[in-house]
Design a protein around this ligand. Structure first.
Ligand code: SF4
Length: 388
């Protein structure tokens, strides 16, 4: 099945507001018939408000346009994020005054308000959906597209998978990377050899396990899959294996499917803004240089299609290597998707849409519909600074 993804490119032909991304977001909301769909609904707008001093999350100008459309349609909107980020959202410009609706911690200030869902996966038994999110009757999943150190990239899936669960579940999702064994202590002869393996990692991704010093712990996030540790490790003692990297994305797909299952059919839309994309997740709490050119704004009823489309559009552009922080720059790969070049071949950003499609959440086949194609051969427009 082919689904529609509405798209606003970052390109402009003329100097003026009509061709900007907020204006194209308005057109996308019209194409999605958002106003017609939210009458009488309690609408949760799930977004990542970041933390600390980040300023590359979705600007309030965009969020306010979505809030306005919901209100015009007769819906009752609120923004939700995890408690840690919602607590300081106003420091980054997200407040009732700027957005036109309140910002709530989805699971309450201590994340004690949740609904438990049973599903076994890699040692996980329970998934706890933030109560305010499950209580809403309509979901607007408004994601900022960026890199991610665990899986290469984060957007629509990631925004729901982690951001709609309470902290206990978020931790367990990250822990799935360690469910399948990658260290076999019985194949390592002595402590000295183990220390040599740890020392061989140029980015400090290998450490002694804090509970059992004979065990090795692999921090997935900084691991670039360079393989240097495998040259030191005795045969069979250490694996740098796809299963430990892909599992996080499978967990994200499952987590997303659980949250989406709490909304009736047709009661969820997905929006993604691919601007000021940075190497790591917005939860890191800072903004660095953009590592990719802006890719635009996307909207769809299909969460698989929207992430697939964003990845495909980004794949046509080049990583801005000189903007990659120096500590990561020497490990940038020559080939692959820009996010894979940055985070390594096993952090394949497309895995999450593969898992999501397998779970029946949508289609990787889509029509990309540009809501305002830009005439790049346009004649110069007359423009001036309006006199006050
Ligand atoms: S593959 Fe490279 S980055 Fe990863 S743990 Fe081994 S040495 Fe470190």
């Amino acid at each position: 099945m082919t689904t529609k993804v509405y798209y606003g490119s970052p390109l402009q032909a003329r100097i003026g507001a009509e061709e900007t991304l907020p204006a194209k977001l308005d057109l996308i909301l019209e194409k999605l018939h958002l106003r017609d769909r939210v009458k009488g609904e309690t609408v949760v707008i799930k977004m990542h408000t970041g933390n600390n001093m980040i300023y590359s999350t979705i600007h309030p100008v965009f969020v306010r346009r979505v809030v306005k459309a919901v209100r015009e349609g007769g819906g009752k909107p609120f923004v939700a994020d995890i408690n840690l980020d919602a607590a300081g959202a106003e420091e980054r410009g997200y407040s009732s005054e700027t957005l036109g609706c309140p910002v709530y911690p989805g699971g309450g200030p201590d994340e004690r308000y949740f609904y438990t869902h049973k599903r076994k996966f890699k040692g996980m038994e329970e998934w706890k959906v933030a109560g305010q999110i499950q209580d809403a009757s309509f979901l607007i999943n408004f994601a900022h597209v960026k890199g991610h150190p665990t899986c290469g990239f984060g957007a629509a899936f990631k925004n729901l998978a982690l951001g709609c669960m309470v902290g206990e579940t978020r931790s367990l999702i990250h822990d799935t990377c360690h469910y399948d064994r990658y260290w076999f202590a019985e194949k390592c002869p002595d402590e000295q050899t183990r220390q040599q393996i740890i020392a061989s990692c140029p980015v400090g991704a290998l450490v002694s396990d804090r509970d059992d010093p004979r065990e090795l712990h692999l921090h997935i996030e900084p691991c670039t899959q360079c393989g240097l540790c495998l040259k030191v490790a005795p045969p069979g003692s250490l694996k740098i294996d796809a299963v430990n990297f892909h599992v996080f994305q499978e967990a994200c797909a499952i987590s997303t499917s659980i949250t989406l299952s709490t909304f009736a059919p047709g009661k969820a839309v997905h929006l993604s803004l691919a601007t000021h994309m940075t190497p790591v997740c917005d939860c890191f709490g800072f903004t660095g240089m953009p590592i990719l050119p802006d890719a635009g704004v996307f909207g769809s009823d299909d969460i698989v299609a929207i992430d697939q489309a964003a990845l495909d559009v980004i794949a046509r552009s080049s990583l801005i290597v000189e903007h990659v922080p120096a500590s990561l720059r020497r490990w940038v790969y020559e080939k692959g998707h820009p996010f894979q070049r940055l985070h390594g071949p096993l952090k394949d950003p497309y895995k999450v849409v593969e898992y999501g499609e397998a779970l029946g959440l949508g289609s990787r086949k889509y029509d990309l519909i540009d809501v305002l194609p830009v005439d790049l051969n346009a004649e110069p427009s007359r423009w001036f600074i309006p006199a006050s």
